[in-house]
Design a protein around this ligand. Structure first.
Ligand code: PRP
Ligand code: URA
Length: 209
């Protein structure tokens, strides 16, 4: 069974409220997406393993904690996932970054693959897949399958807004993947857009509409 964590932190809820507003412009939208990604990253990395290390403070020798050398990768689903990368790297700056290119065919709503470039040792890394929107789930289910086909096993998925339909599709297809969700919305409309949602995330991040 997937672990599903829906964020309840007031800062995340406030910033999601900002990006839902139709009058929020590209600059503020982009900045809020990045900040929300950083806050969700904080939750999604809660279980990273630690080890004890010997250090010297200005006062004395002491034992301290350090991340136990676990290798991490951030994989955005293009395009909109790119908006979450900087926020993720603020907290995990040593992570490598892979890219998966998928777009959703507007008629069939099925994902169409156009790009995949991953770190060479991605299969040995804990992978954090990021995409602001989980609607039908077609894109994220396909992206995670692409990672599994290339040997990745430890995969987490982070999104900002999810529809119940997308969550169900992910849980069914990839029950081994933990899901970190900024907000769970009501439903999809007849065009496959999340209601109330925030519109087209890629267009709002890049100012293309
Ligand atoms: C959006 C979004 C997801 C996908 C979600 O991307 O960023 O990748 O739709 O929908 P789904 O869950 O029904 O697959 P889009 O296809 O609009 O591409 P873009 O990011 O390049 O704009
Ligand atoms: N993709 C988006 O960008 N927004 C939605 O509501 C659904 C899919």
């Amino acid at each position: 069974m997937s672990k599903v964590v829906i964020m309840d932190h007031p800062l995340i809820q406030h910033k999601i409220g900002m990006i839902r507003r139709k009058e929020t412009g590209t600059k503020d939208f982009r900045q809020a997406i990045s900040e929300i990604a950083m806050l969700i990253c904080y939750e999604a990395t809660r279980n990273l393993p630690l080890e004890e290390v010997e250090i010297e403070t200005p006062i004395c020798r002491a034992k301290a904690k350090a991340l136990s050398g676990k290798k991490l990768a951030v994989v955005p689903i293009l395009r909109a996932g790119l908006g979450m990368v900087d926020g993720m790297l603020q907290l995990i700056p040593n992570a490598k970054v892979g890219h998966i290119g998928l777009y959703r065919d507007p008629d069939s709503l099925k994902p169409v693959e156009y790009y995949c470039k991953l770190p060479a040792d991605c299969a040995q890394r804990q992978v954090f897949v990021v995409d602001p929107m989980l609607a039908t789930g077609g894109s994220s289910v396909a992206a995670i399958q692409m990672l599994k086909d290339r040997g990745c096993r430890q995969i987490h998925f982070l999104c900002i807004i999810a529809a119940p339909e997308g969550l169900r599709a992910m849980e069914e297809a990839h029950p081994d993947v933990d899901l970190y969700v900024g907000a769970l919305d009501e439903r999809l409309n007849e065009h496959g857009y999340i209601v109330p949602g925030l519109g087209d995330a890629g267009d709002r991040i890049f100012g293309t509409r």
